[in-house]
Design a binder for this molecule. Structure first.
Ligand code: MN3
Length: 239
């Protein structure tokens, strides 16, 4: 039984594209009563200072993300369609799910991914795979940054900005609320390789209404190793 659980966990991780750099406990076993658990951060809550402050990280991870998980675990128990499914399976039928499950399943996945995409600012640069993809689709890294920032700024209210891979091409999109490009309901579908949370709870304590400053600071704390690993993982899965 234990082995089966471990196996199911790794299947769930691989299919949701989080296997590369996540601790093994992000998703629970199918059939567990409370299958989803809060992943540990891979860095200290003050490690992203001065770009993201300690208190924002503590509340964002320990309160907001945890609440999505707690609400999701409760909600799936009373929904026959959602019960026992992995996040990946839920994203395949999001259009048939109640908003409570859609929002909290998205919230859990999006934040689990987001934490792995952040890293203390120590001069990381984009890897060769990512650089090749942006050269093809955007010409230069500066142009990509400009387009990504524009998309993040144009998301009205709460949501996310994404860079996704689809048909071997990189593109930029955004989603409202806690939707993501893996969901059947997404306008632009694809495999997310970069994500930015533009909900006010992600930046308001430090940046208040200045979302543009928060978006600008993001470039200092991207874990490009994770981005590169996700591209390689996705390209492997396609061949
Ligand atoms: Mn958030």
């Amino acid at each position: 039984m234990k082995n089966r659980r471990i196996f199911l966990k790794s299947v769930a991780l691989a299919s949701a594209g989080l296997a590369v750099s996540s601790p093994s406990n992000v998703f629970g076993a199918i059939g567990d009563e409370a299958p989803f658990t809060l992943p540990n951060l891979l860095f200290a809550t003050d490690a992203l200072e001065p770009f993201i402050d300690k208190m924002t990280m503590e509340i964002h991870h320990g309160k907001h993300h945890k609440a999505y998980i707690d609400n999701l675990n409760k909600a799936v128990l009373t929904n026959d369609l959602a019960k026992g499914k992995t996040l990946d399976q839920l994203f395949g039928i999001t259009g048939q799910l109640p908003p409570l499950i859609r929002n909290n399943a998205g919230g859990h996945f999006n934040h689990s991914l987001f934490w792995t995409l952040l890293s203390p600012a120590i001069g990381q640069v984009p890897g060769p795979k990512f650089s090749e993809l942006i050269a093809k689709s955007y010409g230069s890294f500066d142009k990509f940054k400009e387009e990504f920032a524009k998309t993040a700024m144009q998301r009205f209210g709460s949501g996310w900005a994404w860079a996704v891979l689809a048909d071997g091409k990189l593109s930029i999109c955004s989603t409202p609320n806690q939707d993501n490009p893996l969901m059947d309901v997404a306008d632009t579908k694809g495999f997310p390789v970069l994500a930015l949370d533009v909900w006010e709870h992600a930046y308001y304590l430090k940046y208040q209404n200045l979302r543009a400053d928060y978006v600008k600071s993001f470039w200092n704390i991207i874990n490009w190793e994770t981005v590169e690993a996700r591209i390689i993982e996705h390209q492997k899965a396609k061949h």
